[in-house]
Design a protein around this ligand. Structure first.
Ligand code: ADP
Ligand code: MG
Length: 346
């Protein structure tokens, strides 16, 4: 059966980018309607866990919950760690995106983006989570393809294009041509690892423990993929003194943060280089002209494009709307006939 027609005939078409850090949902005819952290807070009452809040409301609770509440990220490492909890989260997000009662969800056709590097078992888990959340039909779409479509690359043509999606848990590098994936590689390095490295650096250099959210804030404020000439900007960071156990604060510089980020940035560059080495010559020739397109939240790290351009000698650009590119591309795939084959192939 022609899957595209099946999608076209239904009332609600929903594309979901179920990221390790953020979930983004596109609804046919409406565009991006939801963009929230992939976080769920559960409360234990009478020995049972209930969903307390999800997404925007749950994220600020991370690292601050009392004993009877847990705020967690069910997809943290790129795979579904706890399928039941992931289902609850998906259910909640689809209902919110469709803005109505659960019967809308039960009539909806859903496209879920999956990492190219995911195993059949992981894909099955994602498909099951979406079906169990109540969707009528579930289709999978390779994330790099969705990202490339969302970034406006000519994926349906016989022209090679390279997309590097830097998410929270992983970085995916893919070369696409003729609506398919010619090469894909993935490393388990992304925004989370950058945060960890910043926290580890501050612990080592300044004897202070900081939380995950604080580490992310430091990255967003003064994080750079290329070190500044001098010490650069400064930022006051608060945490717990390792020696006396008291709340404390230290001043951290842009140069220090760049030093902390050097290792994860090096690993991302390594993955891009490995992809270039394994790309067929005709496609390589196209990439020289087209350059490399960056998507995902990690693409927004200061001077990230510059770091990759320096390492490869190729032109690099950050996609517009890098954080919602994948969901946008998946949505365009079912709205536009040009991409029919792409959706069917997944
Ligand atoms: P995922 O697809 O895994 O959910 P995203 O593509 O949504 O991940 O990216 C989330 C990551 O991007 C987080 O680690 C976040 O800290 C990081 N991020 C978002 N904006 C920026 C920014 N301006 N600079 C650096 N990192 C950023
Ligand atoms: Mg992503």
């Amino acid at each position: 059966m022609n899957i595209f027609n099946r999608f076209a005939s239904s009332g609600h078409d929903v594309a979901i980018d179920l990221g390790t850090v953020n979930t983004v949902i596109y609804v046919r005819g409406r565009g991006i309607v939801l963009n929230e952290p992939s976080v769920i807070a559960l409360e234990t009452r009478d020995g049972r866990r209930h969903v307390k809040v999800v997404g925007n409301e749950a994220k600020p609770m991370m690292g601050k919950t009392p004993a009877n509440i847990e705020a967690l990220r069910p997809l943290r490492d790129g795979v579904i760690a706890d399928i039941e909890i992931a289902e609850q989260m998906i259910k909640h997000f689809i209902d919110k995106a469709l803005g109505g009662p659960s019967r809308l969800r039960r009539r909806s056709n859903v496209v879920v983006c999956v990492p190219s590097g995911s195993t059949p078992v992981e894909r099955r888990a994602i498909r099951d989570a979406a079906s169990n959340a109540g969707a009528l039909a579930v289709q999978l779409l390779e994330e790099p393809l969705a990202a490339a479509i969302g970034a406006g690359l000519p994926v349906a043509e016989p022209r090679g294009a390279m997309v590097v999606d830097i998410g929270g848990g992983t970085t995916e590098v893919a070369v696409l041509s003729l609506g398919g994936v010619a090469y894909s590689g993935s490393v388990r390095v992304g925004g989370d690892k950058m945060d960890d490295m910043i926290a580890a650096y501050i612990r080592r250099k300044h004897n202070m423990m900081i939380g995950e959210m604080t580490a992310e804030r430091v990255k967003l404020t003064i994080g750079r993929a290329v070190a500044p000439q001098d010490e650069g900007q400064r930022m006051i960071v608060k945490g717990r003194d390792l020696v006396n156990g008291r709340p404390s604060e230290v001043t951290v510089t842009e140069a220090e943060v760049a030093e902390a980020l050097a290792e994860p940035i090096g690993q991302i560059i390594g993955a891009v280089r490995a992809a270039l080495e394994r790309t067929a010559p005709e496609l390589s020739a196209d990439i020289i002209d087209e350059g490399i397109t960056l998507t995902g939240g990690g693409a927004l790290l200061g001077r990230m494009d510059e770091a990759i351009a320096r390492a490869t000698g190729l032109p690099v650009r950050v996609a517009d709307d890098a954080l919602v590119c994948v969901a946008m591309g998946a949505g365009l795939a079912f709205e536009n006939r040009v991409y029919q084959g792409v959706l069917m192939a997944a």
